[in-house]
Design a protein around this ligand. Structure first.
Ligand code: IPE
Ligand code: IPE
Ligand code: MG
Length: 227
């Protein structure tokens, strides 16, 4: 009898979910409809991701730079994050643990409003027992803010800042390095997302807008790390 193939370690996929606005514009819909469909697609993609060997799925939901968008759009996106973090029953069915990363709620420059904070805290607590895929949503997140935070804390506790000490003070130090970084909608930019964690990542750029990013697209991204 031949030995079974050795188990491959689960992959960390990170996605910059871009192109919601353009997806809507192409359909003569308001931008907000694109965001609504983008959130629905994330829920669909999580159901696909758990059937692949993905251990961590990290998605960019809203950046530290995105607050300058029109107030109505920002309000709509905030509501969608409350909805996303409210999907606890679905996440529990899938054995998915949800996490959040962004400017810590008690830091002076943090902007996550209280009602979204509450949804985040509740979802984290209510899915904490799940042992399957870890879904991390980056909201009010920017890599520069994260690295400044990490460097400050590393200097305070260890003195000399090293790659190891800085890495240990990131928002979620337990997140493994990103294996494949996805950016949708044809932009060839990283836009201040996980600069530290993606140092060695493969990058999957696709013209597909986020609301259309499906199983076939995910598999094409995974093929970069699992040929
Ligand atoms: C991504 O879609 C969602 C967020 C950045 C919050 P966009 O809203 O950036 O969509 P485009 O780039 O205008 O098409
Ligand atoms: C990046 O998309 C941020 C998120 C997907 C949340 P943007 O649409 O904000 O990025 P830029 O401004 O085109 O770089
Ligand atoms: Mg965009």
């Amino acid at each position: 009898m031949t030995d079974p193939a050795p188990a491959r370690p689960p992959v960390h996929v990170a996605a910059i979910m871009d192109g919601n606005g353009r997806w809507a514009r192409r359909r003569n819909l308001p931008r907000t409809e694109g965001h609504t469909e983008g959130e629905e697609n994330l829920a669909r993609l999580v159901r696909v991701a758990v059937t692949r060997d993905i251990g961590w799925l990290t998605v960019f939901g809203f950046s530290t730079e995105n607050w300058v968008r029109p107030r109505t759009e920002v309000r709509h996106i905030l509501g969608l994050h409350r909805k996303l973090f409210g999907r606890v029953a679905e996440l529990n069915d899938l054995n998915v643990r949800i996490q959040w990363m962004g400017r810590p709620f008690d830091s002076p420059d943090a902007r996550t409003p209280k009602y979204v904070q509450r949804a985040i805290r509740k979802a984290i607590a209510d899915t904490a027992q799940n042992t399957g895929m870890v879904l991390t949503v980056a909201f009010d997140y920017g890599s520069h803010a994260e690295m400044v935070w990490a460097a400050r804390h590393a200097a305070r506790s260890e003195g000399a800042v090293t790659p190891a000490s800085l890495g240990a003070h990131l928002y979620l130090p337990e997140l493994p390095p990103v294996d494949v970084l996805v950016r949708t909608s044809g932009e060839l930019r990283i836009s201040n997302f996980m600069l530290w964690q993606s140092a060695g990542a493969e990058i999957y750029f696709t013209d597909c807008a986020w609301p259309d990013f499906d199983a076939g697209e995910l598999d094409a991204a995974l093929a970069l790390v699992r040929p």
